[in-house]
Design a protein around this ligand. Structure first.
Ligand code: NAP
Length: 305
């Protein structure tokens, strides 16, 4: 039987700790604030983004971090990028905003590089600006730098369960800046041998069937996508592998959630597996709160008289 990697306990303990830290920062004269921005143009992306942002709002409310959301997707396509850049400029300058999160995925027509170049790296709580990406690719402090939330959250989860990845062959399905790439770097630094798969990768099934660890972050479940869909089933993996599900998509009308991993079949063969809910999502949210503390301390330094 696989060990189920639930994150409920670490999440609730972590939040209590964060709340105490937020109180400390407040006593020092600063109230942390998070601004989330939604830009999606695709209905499934938008529903999924709204779900993630609603959870972030809940968490901020719980630990007394000020929260606001900007629904930039409501602007016309022609002016959206300019409106977004202006908004980022305003948020960069606001002392009461310590973290800015541009919820991924962005609308497909936006120039992502240009947008993240505009974002103040000290407020980049998703670790997506060139500066923070560079840190991760060169030298970083896991506890002090603004690292991408999901990738860092997965590393924390592995460590919580004392799972060593040293010497393992790991496959990540997905190579995005948000999940696949940063996780590859972090796992490589833990001495795993990591391959990121994408839509043009050859022999996907062969590679997955040989892997000791599989992280699924494609976000194209066959229930929602006819083409280039991905789902991990038990007959695709080897006995005893470690399986981490990241992919989650929300149907725009039914609000039903779909995942990258077929938990029932995969859990019969895996040694460790994340439940589709209550694991990576919680670890991502916890790291975001931790990043908010890091960003708030940086902001506090700036505003101190
Ligand atoms: P993304 O930017 O769309 O990237 C998806 C990656 O998967 C791309 O590299 C893509 O390949 C690859 N891919 C897509 N279909 C594939 C297929 N059939 N075979 C092989 N590779 C495939 O998405 P993301 O931002 O990384 O997010 C991925 C998923 O994780 C989404 O469902 C998202 O909602 C979820 N997510 C969950 C959490 C959480 O807290 N639980 C946090 C972050 C993300 P190409 O590069 O070739 O396009």
């Amino acid at each position: 039987m696989a060990v189920i990697l639930t994150a409920k306990e670490i999440f609730s303990k972590g939040k209590e700790e964060i709340k105490r830290e937020v109180e400390k920062i407040k006593r020092e004269g600063y109230t942390p604030g998070l601004a989330a921005i939604i830009t999606c143009d695709d209905p499934i992306d938008l529903e999924t983004a709204k779900f993630f942002v609603s959870k972030k709002r809940e968490d901020c409310n719980e630990v007394d971090i000020y929260f606001e959301v900007h629904e930039v997707y409501k602007f016309d396509k022609e002016v959206m990028e300019m409106e977004l850049l202006n908004l980022i400029e305003r948020l960069n300058k606001r002392d009461d905003i310590s973290g800015i999160l541009i919820q991924k995925p962005l609308a497909s027509f936006l120039d992502e590089d240009r947008i993240f170049l505009h974002l103040d790296p000290t407020k980049d709580v998703d670790g997506l600006t060139p500066y923070n990406k560079g840190k991760l690719a060169t030298k970083y402090d896991f506890d002090k730098d603004l690292l991408p939330c999901t990738a860092s959250g997965i590393v924390e989860l592995l460590s919580y369960y004392n799972i060593r990845v040293e010497g393992l062959d790991a496959i990540i399905v997905g190579r995005s800046d948000l999940v696949g790439r940063p996780l590859r770097l972090l796992l490589e630094d833990m001495d795993a041998t990591v391959t990121c798969l994408h839509r043009k990768s050859p022999k996907v099934l062969d590679k997955i069937s040989e892997a000791d660890m599989i992280v699924c972050a494609a976000g194209r479940p066959p229930e929602l996508y006819d083409k280039q869909s991905f789902k991990l089933y038990g007959d695709m993996v080897k006995e005893g592998c470690i399986v981490i599900n990241v992919g989650i998509r929300v149907h725009p009308t039914t609000k039903k959630m779909y995942f990258d991993v077929d938990f029932d079949s995969v859990s019969k063969k895996a040694s460790y597996i994340t439940p589709n809910l209550g694991s990576v999502g919680l670890m991502t949210r916890l790291r975001l709160l931790k990043n908010m503390l890091i960003a708030s301390r940086l902001q506090l330094e700036k505003v101190k008289p």
